[in-house]
Design a binder for this molecule. Structure first.
Ligand SMILES: [Fe+2]
Ligand SMILES: [Fe+2]
Length: 267
């Protein structure tokens, strides 16, 4: 079955639409004053979203001493970037959990937190952007699963048994989740940076934006559900300017933060 990502996505009738709230949240200009105001407006129209955000703000993940009962207070405390991240995570949850199950949802959160953490520590990217990039890096998997669920389940099994994911997908679909994710990112009109990081997260040195693509790759590896971080190509580590030792030092904190986030986002 030889086809490329674009052909596959064009033959699909039901490509999931990007949740409207995310379109709005990503479209907000990064200006603290007007941005915060706009996010407040998004939540004013979406009570379910507002209540989820409040629940999360009051969770152990943030650890504020007082209970926060209004969206405006939450926005003031969290700032625009953090609030935008929460909105994106909350709005994507139904799609991620219905198509990829709990694993993909948890992996997305972990990679988001990991990329944000590394970006903050290394100043390689804006931490808020880094969260979104890490959180969305595997969205192509959703499409492959919708396109042919039975086949994708088989691919997942092969990967659990040690197959390389890109190779297994190529063999089954003639394309892979990184290329599909890139096509979806274009359809969703995500930023060039985001689309590029999605496309190259398994091969970041081929990207025209290698630094942030390497960040995505490293965050993805940190987020693997394995006792140790899987080995990362030394060239990638060198390109990004980080050591395995430093990454190992970050991991516990990242996993703990993700767990708190995961618990607070439970239904
Ligand atoms: Fe991936
Ligand atoms: Fe991944």
């Amino acid at each position: 079955m030889a086809q490329n990502a674009l052909e596959l996505i064009e033959t699909m009738k039901d490509i999931p639409a990007m949740p409207t709230v995310i379109v709005k949240a990503l479209g907000i200009i990064k200006n603290d004053q007007s941005g915060t105001k706009e996010l407040g407006e998004i939540m004013a129209y979406d009570q379910a979203l507002a209540s989820q955000v409040l629940k999360l703000v009051n969770s152990a993940y943030y650890g504020f001493a007082q209970e926060i009962t209004s969206v405006n207070k939450a926005l003031a405390l969290l700032g625009m970037n953090q609030t935008r991240n929460i909105i994106i995570a909350v709005a994507m949850k139904p799609m991620l959990t219905s198509q990829g199950g709990r694993d993909l949802w948890k992996h997305a959160l972990t990679a988001g937190v990991a990329c944000e953490h590394i970006a903050r520590e290394t100043e390689a990217a804006d931490p808020g952007d880094a969260f979104t990039i890490g959180f969305l890096h595997d969205i192509g998997k959703i499409i492959l699963n919708i396109f042919d669920t039975m086949t994708y389940q088989k691919v997942k099994l092969d990967v659990q048994n040690g197959a390389d994911i890109i190779e297994a997908e190529e063999e089954a679909f003639g394309t892979n989740h990184a290329d599909i994710g890139f096509q979806l990112a274009k359809k969703w009109k995500l930023s060039v940076l985001l689309a590029n990081c999605i496309k190259y997260h398994h091969d970041p040195l081929s990207s025209s934006m290698p630094k942030v693509s390497c960040l995505t790759h490293i965050g993805d590896q940190l987020a693997q559900d394995t006792p140790e971080i899987p080995e990362i190509d030394p060239e990638i580590l060198e390109n990004f300017g980080i050591s395995m030792e430093t990454l190992n030092g970050y991991r516990d904190e990242i996993l703990e933060k993700t767990n708190q986030l995961f618990m607070s986002l439970k239904a």
